[in-house]
Structures are given as C-alpha cells and as structure tokens.
Write a protein of this length. Structure first.
Ligand SMILES: [Mg+2]
Length: 218
C-alpha cells in the first residue's frame, strides 16, 4: 500500500491501469488486421504479418502510440475505426470509487498517458472520468514516450512534482522501470491489465489486483 501521508502527487496511467486494456488489444490485434485485410485486399494472414512487422519497427517509441502515424502507414481511418467500437471501452473495477475518494484529499491527481490526444479525448468522453484529474497529460505533448529516457524529468517542466513524494500506477513495466531510473519513489504495476488475458508475472514492482485494495485511503 502506498504510504498516503508521505505522498502529495498521484499519477495514473490510463490504458491497462484505469481502463481495461482489452479495448486496445482487441483494436490493434484483431480489428485493425481484419480491416486492413478487407480494405487492401490481402489475406488476413498477410495483413497480420505485415502489421506485426510494422508494430515491431516502432515499439517503445512515440510513433507506436500515434494515431496519425498509423493512419498514414496503414492507410486506414484509425480514428473512425476506434469510434466504431467505443462501446468496448471499460473502466476497471473500483477505479471510480478510488478517484472519488481521492477528490476529497488535497493531493494532486494526474493522468499521464502515452495515448494520442484524440484517443485520450475519446476515452474521457466515453467514461466521463476526466473531472477527477487536476490535469491530464498526453506524452505526445512532450514528444517523448513515458518509457523513453528523460520523460519524467521533462514532465517536471510541464507539471512540477517532487519524485520523492509521488506515486505512479502504470501497467507497463518499461514505463515503471524508466520512472524508477528517474527516481519516482512509489511505483505500482497492474496484475491483469487486460481482463481477457493472463496475469502479469513479476517481482520487480508490487502489483494492484483491484483498485478496491486501496480503499479506504486512510
Ligand atoms: Mg498503460
């Protein structure tokens, strides 16, 4: 459990942390290859091979998270496609209860995401949780992904925080490792970011199974 009295800044990741990663995994792994195959008249296998290769080229960079990049590389209307399955966007269990409880604290509540601004907007519109955050920052505005060297330092210029008194919840191990290198003191992962996939196995960071674990916050 984070020692709340020693913490003044709480950072949440979005996809896989507050929201079920199933939406994104379904979108990129199932829907995009299928639509690519239909649109560009190639077999589903060819589409999958091509897209996996494209993903690998930019994995861990900001382009990987950039809808404009994929729109151009795949010649598909990625934004419209995301909109078409927005009913699949789901808040993870007990997330809203924790956000509500934090509202009555004096802590700075931040959403720090690698999601593209248009994806952030779509997800906030659909879930209605944006009011719980003092600020929402897409890493695209810093031109670095959260797992990139220097991201957490650069973030201080946009939103000042003290890493000694900050907690970060994020389902990505590369992101947590980078935050550790840049001295964020309290780091928590997520044991099952995608409700339809197996749990994450790691001893590197404590993992949250259900945000209900954090309640009550005292
Ligand atoms: Mg995430």
């Amino acid at each position: 459990m984070p020692p709340w009295s020693a913490i003044d800044t709480i950072m949440f990741d979005m996809d896989g942390t507050l929201l079920d990663l199933h939406f994104d995994n379904y979108f990129w792994q199932i829907l995009v290859p299928k639509i690519y195959s239909d649109t560009h008249q190639v077999s589903l296998n060819e589409a999958e091979d091509f897209i996996v290769k494209k993903y690998e080229e930019v994995h861990g960079t900001l382009d990987w998270y950039c809808l404009d990049y994929w729109q151009e590389e795949l010649a598909l209307d990625i934004t419209a496609l995301k909109n078409s399955i927005k009913h699949k966007i789901q808040i993870r269990p007990n997330v809203e209860q924790v956000l509500q409880a934090l509202q009555s604290s004096d802590k700075n509540i931040l959403l720090i995401t690698n999601a593209h601004p248009s994806s952030l907007e779509l997800k906030m519109k659909h879930t209605g949780i944006s009011n719980y955050f003092h600020r929402m920052i897409s890493s695209h505005t810093l031109r670095l992904a959260k797992e990139n060297h220097g991201f957490w330092e650069a973030l201080k210029d946009m939103e000042h925080y003290n890493p000694e008194t900050t907690v970060l919840f994020d389902d990505s191990l590369p992101v947590l490792r980078q935050a550790a290198r840049e001295k964020i003191k309290y780091l928590f992962g997520i044991s099952k970011p995608d409700s339809k996939k197996p749990v994450v196995q790691t001893n590197e960071f404590p993992l949250i199974e259900d945000f209900g674990q954090l309640l009550p916050l005292a």
